[in-house]
Design a protein around this ligand. Structure first.
Ligand SMILES: Cc1cc2nc3c(=O)[nH]c(=O)nc-3n(C[C@H](O)[C@H](O)[C@H](O)COP(=O)(O)OP(=O)(O)OC[C@H]3O[C@@H](n4cnc5c(N)ncnc54)[C@H](O)[C@@H]3O)c2cc1C
Length: 302
């Protein structure tokens, strides 16, 4: 939400060097940052492809070997001399809202960057098991061709499985499935003593299972996660409803949009709901309902 009256404000004139840099940031972003980002993504993708060619397809055994590196590193930590444990991921790569100041102080960093495999996809049980550095774009690329998607698929491609569990992940389907962590059925964690545990909602580590979401790595290092998939259909009908009013009106309309729209095909709750807030008095809610066949969508629109 903008500050009151910000919709009526004129664009600020740059009055300091910082303002100037903000206003003309495109001068750096378009010719320099965008090409560098493109090259960086190419590098990441090629590195993953080459790694796969060398090491072969993912398997539980390779996953165990990858976890062992993490356990070995943690076992080398001296509890009194070394600092507290944290991931070695550089702050500039993180999308988290959390300040990574803690990484500047004395910390015992554990590198998880080799944990990049989708270990398996189980089509029968509609489950997928991923290592923590698998990012959202890789999850969707692996399961969409199979007619499935994660129940909650945070839209930023760069978000990692480890990040959306230990931080948070939310998306337009969260009114049905909750946060990303609510779709998880098991976590593999390396604890401070280097032991590996598999925590589920009903095993002896169920307390850890419930504590991991939003824990920012304070429970242990997440080295694997199993989460639910859902079947996806090919077509989608999107209904936009503009809203004008105060914050209460916008919030009430948002809540209303979770209900099945009148005369909706199959009278169902929308599969996705999203809202764009343009300023303090104007928003646009959109409901999205998936359809299996174009014909069904056509009938609905007629
Ligand atoms: C501009 C912006 C836009 C955003 N948009 C969205 C959005 O559209 N949808 C959405 O759902 N969220 C969004 N977020 C929030 C984002 O999903 C969360 O902040 C998420 O935690 C970041 O994930 P990451 O992969 O960058 O993880 P990181 O930032 O690397 O990690 C998040 C936290 O988890 C810890 N952690 C990560 N991996 C592990 C591990 N393997 N073991 C133990 N601890 C670990 C890290 O130490 C850190 O504390 C947005 C955030 C920003 C800043």
């Amino acid at each position: 939400m903008g500050m009151p009256g910000c919709g009526r404000q004129r664009a600020k004139r740059p009055n300091s060097f910082a303002d100037f840099l903000v206003q003309f940031r495109w001068v750096l972003i378009v010719p320099i940052v965008l090409p560098l980002s493109f090259l960086f993504y190419q590098y990441i993708q090629w590195r993953a492809t080459i790694r796969r060619l060398i090491h072969g397809p993912p398997s539980e055994e390779k996953h165990r070997q990858a976890i062992k590196k993490v356990q070995d590193r943690i076992k080398r930590r001296h509890p009194k001399l070394d600092g507290m444990i944290c991931t070695a991921r550089r702050p500039w790569l993180e999308v988290s809202m959390r300040h990574s100041e803690h990484k500047r102080s004395h910390r015992f960093e554990v590198d998880l960057s080799h944990l990049t495999d989708i270990v398996w996809v189980d089509r029968e049980r509609m489950l997928i098991k991923c290592e923590p550095m698998v990012c959202m774009s890789e999850v969707s690329a692996a399961v969409l061709p199979l007619g499935m998607a994660p129940q909650v698929l945070p839209e930023l491609d760069d978000l990692t499985v480890g990040g959306v569990i230990n931080g948070y992940g939310i998306e337009g389907s969260s009114h049905l499935f909750g946060l990303f962590s609510d779709t998880c059925v098991a976590y593999e964690l390396v604890l401070v003593d280097g032991s590996l545990v598999r925590a589920t909602a009903d095993n002896e580590y169920s307390d850890l299972f419930h504590a991991v979401p939003w824990s920012h790595g304070s429970i242990g290092l997440l080295v694997g996660a199993e989460f639910r998939l859902t079947p996806v259909k090919e077509y989608m009908k999107v209904t936009y409803s503009p809203v004008t009013g105060n914050l209460d009106d916008i919030a009430n309309h948002y809540l209303e949009s979770f209900r099945p729209p009148q005369n909706d095909y199959e009278e169902k709750v929308p599969d996705f709901v999203e809202t764009m807030i343009f300023n303090e008095t104007n928003a646009d809610h959109n409901r999205q309902v998936c359809f299996k066949r174009r014909g069904d969508l056509q009938r609905e629109c007629d």
